[in-house]
Design a protein. Structure first.
Length: 268
């Protein structure tokens, strides 16, 4: 029999949690609860910005905040997810950058090209908004999992304990190392992309079959393609046959405890 520490784990995450996308976010959380995943990891956007420019400051949405606090109190982990979830300017140029900006992230990679000072300002504002709402986040995950090296340095400077990329985790305890933890994401703007992505993600599943942590990401836009959310729920059910549910703080446990101890000593 495997020892507890050897049991394979998985996170189930709802990204882009904002009142601007309330119907989709609520539906995803409800369906996960019905599936037996009552405490998904919630990636919360403090001041979500729509394409048209409207911003949704959480402090102005008390009913939504109370809903989030209830989920957090019942065991869901809150993770700061950018500030606005909208890139603040044009990409820096080049074919790769253009593809990442227009095709992969579709203008949402807010931290992909930020310098240290700009990133730190956004991190601080986002954290302040969450704290004003009575919400706390030990970690930070950038929109589209993209952040510049300077942005990651700002994450460390602001005292966040961990961050995540598409295929790995970063911790403040070991900033020069990454924990391999592949992610499954299904968001697609078109049905043809959807089915191709499903096939690709099954491949990621197989390659990660023995990895300690696999991360499953659901996005509000998943709810807009017919049949996609049921497919994701089926994959979660299948994965749960060999993996236990966890969240970032629990999985990183000992590392986060050491980080808190160091922070407390520094503040003393």
């Amino acid at each position: 029999m495997s020892r507890a520490k050897d049991v394979l784990k998985m996170t189930v995450e709802v990204h882009d949690v904002t009142p601007a996308l309330w119907p989709e976010v609520h539906s995803l959380v409800h369906q996960l609860t019905c599936l037996g995943v009552p405490h998904p990891t919630l990636l919360v956007v403090p001041e979500y910005e729509e394409r048209e420019g409207r911003r949704w400051d959480l402090r102005e949405q008390p009913h939504f905040v109370e809903w989030l606090k209830g989920l957090a109190e019942s065991g869901a982990e809150i993770v700061q997810h950018g500030l606005t979830h909208r890139a603040s300017g044009p990409h820096p140029g080049g074919i790769r950058a253009a593809l990442m900006h227009h095709v992969y992230s579709r203008g949402c990679a807010e931290f992909a090209d930020l310098d240290f000072i700009s990133a730190r300002k956004r991190l601080r504002r986002g954290r302040r908004i969450l704290e004003d709402c009575g919400l706390t986040s030990l970690g930070f995950v950038a929109p589209a999992w993209q952040q510049s090296e300077q942005a990651l340095a700002a994450v460390a400077a602001e005292g966040f304990a961990y961050s995540a990329f598409f295929d790995s985790l970063w911790t403040a305890e070991k900033p020069n190392q990454r924990v391999y933890a592949p992610g499954l994401t299904f968001a697609a703007g078109h049905s043809l992309v959807d089915y191709g992505k499903r096939i690709y993600m099954r491949g990621v599943e197989r390659l990660a079959a023995k990895e300690p942590l696999l991360r499953v990401a659901l996005h509000p836009e998943d709810a807009r393609l017919p049949g996609l959310v049921p497919h994701i729920l089926r994959r979660i059910s299948a994965l749960r046959e060999r993996r236990e549910l966890t969240d970032y703080s629990t999985f990183l446990g000992a590392r986060l405890e050491a980080h808190h101890a160091d922070r407390a000593l520094a503040a003393a």
